[in-house]
Design a protein around this ligand. Structure first.
Ligand code: COA
Length: 161
C-alpha cells in the first residue's frame, strides 16, 4: 500500500489545494493531508478549524485522511508509513524554496521521496493569504475556496455577501 503525505498550513484550504488533493488521491492508495500547527505564520484559523474545513471539503474522497502535526515533517512521515511527500508548484517562484525543503527532507530521510505536482492553471495565482486578504476587504471568494470555507470566512470576517 502506498501512502502519500500532503503537508501545508492550509489557513484556509483553497480550491488550489483541493485540486492537488484530488489528483494525488487518485494516484496513491492513501493520502494524508497534514496541517502544520507550528509553522512561523500567524494563523487566522485555529488548528481545529483548519482540520474541519479540510474534512468538510474532502469528505467524499474515500482514501483521504486529515491530520495535524507539529515538529519535523519527515518524522511524522516515517511514523505514518509515508513513501512520498506531495507538494504543489504554482509558479517558478515556488521552485527555489521547494527545492531547498525537498533537498533537506531527502537529506534527513533518503527513503522518502518528494513529488511535485503542477497546480491547475486556474488556481496558479491563489494562496491562502491572498484569499484571506480579499475576503477581509469584502471581496467574494466564491470559486476560489470550497463552499464550507467561504462560510467560515464569512463568519470570521463578516464582510462579504
Ligand atoms: N493552491 C493554492 N495555494 C497553494 C498551493 C496550491 N496548490 N500550494 C501552495 N499554496 C500556497 C499556500 O496557500 C501558502 O500560502 P500562504 O503563504 O499565503 O499561506 C503557500 O503556498 C505556502 O504553502 P504552505 O502550506 O505554507 O507550505 P510550505 O510550502 O511553506 O511548507 C510545511 C509548509 C508545513 C510543509 C513546511 O514548513 C514543513 O515541512 N514544516 C515542518 C517543519 C520541518 O520539517 N521543517 C523542515 C523542512 S526542510
Amino acid at each position: 500500500m502506498t501512502t502519500a503525505l500532503y503537508p501545508g498550513s492550509f489557513d484556509p484550504v483553497t480550491n488550489g489545494h483541493i485540486d492537488i488533493i484530488r489528483r494525488s488521491a487518485a494516484i496513491f492508495d492513501r493520502l494524508i493531508v497534514a496541517v502544520a500547527v507550528n509553522v512561523e505564520k500567524t494563523a487566522l484559523f485555529s488548528e481545529q478549524e483548519r482540520l474541519q474545513m479540510i474534512v468538510e471539503a474532502t469528505g467524499e474522497i474515500a482514501n483521504v485522511e486529515v491530520d495535524s502535526f507539529d515538529g519535523l515533517l519527515v518524522k511524522y512521515a516515517r511514523k505514518h508509513g509515508v513513501t512520498a511527500i506531495v507538494k504543489g508548484l504554482r509558479a517558478i517562484s515556488d521552485f527555489e524554496f521547494e527545492l531547498q525543503m525537498a533537498s533537506m527532507n531527502r537529506k534527513l530521510a533518503p527513503d522518502i521521496e518528494t513529488l511535485f505536482m503542477m497546480t491547475a492553471n486556474e488556481y496558479s495565482f491563489l494562496s491562502s493569504s491572498i484569499v484571506r486578504e480579499i475576503a477581509a476587504y469584502g471581496a467574494c471568494v466564491r470559486g476560489l475556496v470550497p463552499p464550507g470555507v467561504e462560510e467560515h470566512l464569512r463568519n470570521r470576517l463578516g464582510l462579504f455577501k
